[in-house]
Design a protein around this ligand. Structure first.
Ligand SMILES: Cc1cc2nc3c(=O)[nH]c(=O)nc-3n(C[C@H](O)[C@H](O)[C@H](O)COP(=O)(O)OP(=O)(O)OC[C@H]3O[C@@H](n4cnc5c(N)ncnc54)[C@H](O)[C@@H]3O)c2cc1C
Length: 380
């Protein structure tokens, strides 16, 4: 029994696992090979309330907490990270939930849980990722519109989303560097917006990733989310919530790698005995399992606090960094246990190995997470 979870949460966890095990294994390899987004899976998962689990009931969602959403993410990623990209259909929604107007919430959040619309969140640019305040996309005012020019890079759901929350420079003359930005909602069909899919990613290849080019894209002023000049701060707050989700992805992936390593080590015969019977293997499994439990405890604690209104930035950064590193280490050891069969792609573990690296990169690299932890330690 997991001391962090009540009965309802255990049921949600079981339901998510059942869904992922029932739907992902038969399509995962093909989606990865063909780099195809699983729209059918999105619809099915939406019908069961798995998409945007944290979206309140008044906006069409199940109104669950961060902990429940984290459990769904973990169980999906445990089975297959690529198929789990359907959970990102709501990426950016929290910006609208926390900072949007009532009309924006009704218009842009409500269609997400049913899988009717997909959204994205566009911050990164070709010359600025970790240095968020270094972005150059400009939004200038023209009457009652903003006019956007610039390029966004590596955007999840770039070519399939219906709309994006976009970080733009609106006040370049502001004295404080971080006060120069605002968040705008941009619908994908606005004239002047061009989208390009990026192919041949290392992993999570069923996830859509691409580039957005804005050439005189006009959006009405009512598409401003939150306050003008507060966009940078709004996104930092946003990441505090979404990073718990990435940490849950990492825990799920690591657990999936361990599950596969245990199964393979029992079945594989070496030197006349099962691979699992050797202490070297058991030490490996023990280390993997312990790291996963430690990561999971950090993630559960961070999510539990968020559900009580406490945004513990240092703990969230710890959870994201540590679970990301755990995922990469564990999947490496799990592939090692599979030997040559792991390397040639005979088993899922090779796909998981490629998928793992992203959790140390997006939504704050591991170095950025450590910078956050270090700064907070010195400040406290
Ligand atoms: C598959 C995928 C999906 C993504 N989805 C989205 C999305 O939906 N929306 C979005 O806006 N972005 C998205 N990203 C972008 C992602 O968030 C960035 O790639 C990430 O933040 C790192 O930025 P960068 O790639 O520009 O690397 P850089 O910032 O150039 O960093 C390169 C390296 O330098 C290190 N580094 C940077 N600064 C420092 C420092 N001060 N001290 C020490 N080391 C440092 C980094 O940790 C990293 O190791 C996605 C990326 C990928 C690959």
């Amino acid at each position: 029994m997991d001391p962090f979870l009540n009965e309802e949460q255990v049921e949600i966890q079981k339901a998510a696992r059942k869904f992922a095990l029932g739907e992902f294994p038969q399509v995962a390899e093909q989606l990865d090979r063909e780099e195809t987004y699983p729209f059918d899976l999105l619809k099915k998962a939406a019908s069961l309330g798995f998409i945007g689990a944290w979206i309140p009931e008044e906006y069409g969602g199940p109104g669950l907490g961060f902990l429940e959403a984290s459990l769904i993410t973990e169980e999906f990623w445990r089975v297959d990270p690529g198929c789990s990209s359907i959970l990102s259909a709501c990426f950016g929604g929290q910006m609208i939930l926390y900072y949007g107007t009532e009309e924006q919430k009704k218009k842009y959040l409500s269609p997400i849980p049913a899988g009717e619309k997909i959204m994205g969140s566009a911050i990164t640019e070709p010359n600025a990722g970790s240095d968020v305040a270094g972005i150059r996309t400009r939004a200038t005012v023209d009457g009652d519109h903003f006019v956007i020019n610039g390029t966004k890079m590596f955007i999840t759901n770039a070519t399939i989303a219906d709309y994006f929350v976009v970080l733009c420079q609106t006040d370049p003359e502001a004295e404080k560097r971080h006060a120069r930005f605002s968040v705008l909602i941009v619908e994908a069909d606005r004239p002047g917006l061009t989208r390009r899919k990026i192919h041949n990613k290392l992993g999570i290849r069923a996830s859509d990733t691409g580039e957005l080019v804005f050439e005189d894209v006009r959006v009405p002023k009512e598409n401003l989310v939150g306050e003008r000049g507060r966009g940078f701060y709004q996104f930092m707050d946003f990441f505090d919530r979404t990073r718990v989700n990435v940490a849950s992805q990492a825990v799920g992936l690591a657990q999936g790698a361990l599950d596969r390593a245990i199964a393979y080590s029992k079945q594989r015969e070496v030197f006349g005995s099962s691979l699992a019977s050797f202490q070297v293997t058991q030490f490996k499994l023990a280390e993997m399992a312990t790291r996963i439990e430690a990561s999971r405890a950090l993630v559960r604690q961070a999510a539990w606090k968020l559900d009580r209104g406490e945004v513990d930035t240092k703990l969230i950064a710890m959870a994201k960094w540590f679970s990301g590193e755990t995922a990469v280490r564990v999947v490496d050891e799990a592939l090692q246990i599979h030997g040559g069969y792991g390397f040639i792609g005979e088993y899922d573990i090779s796909r998981l190995y490629r998928d793992a690296k992203i959790v140390e990169i997006y939504e704050g690299t591991k170095e950025i997470e450590k910078i956050i932890i270090g700064r907070r330690l010195l400040k406290d």
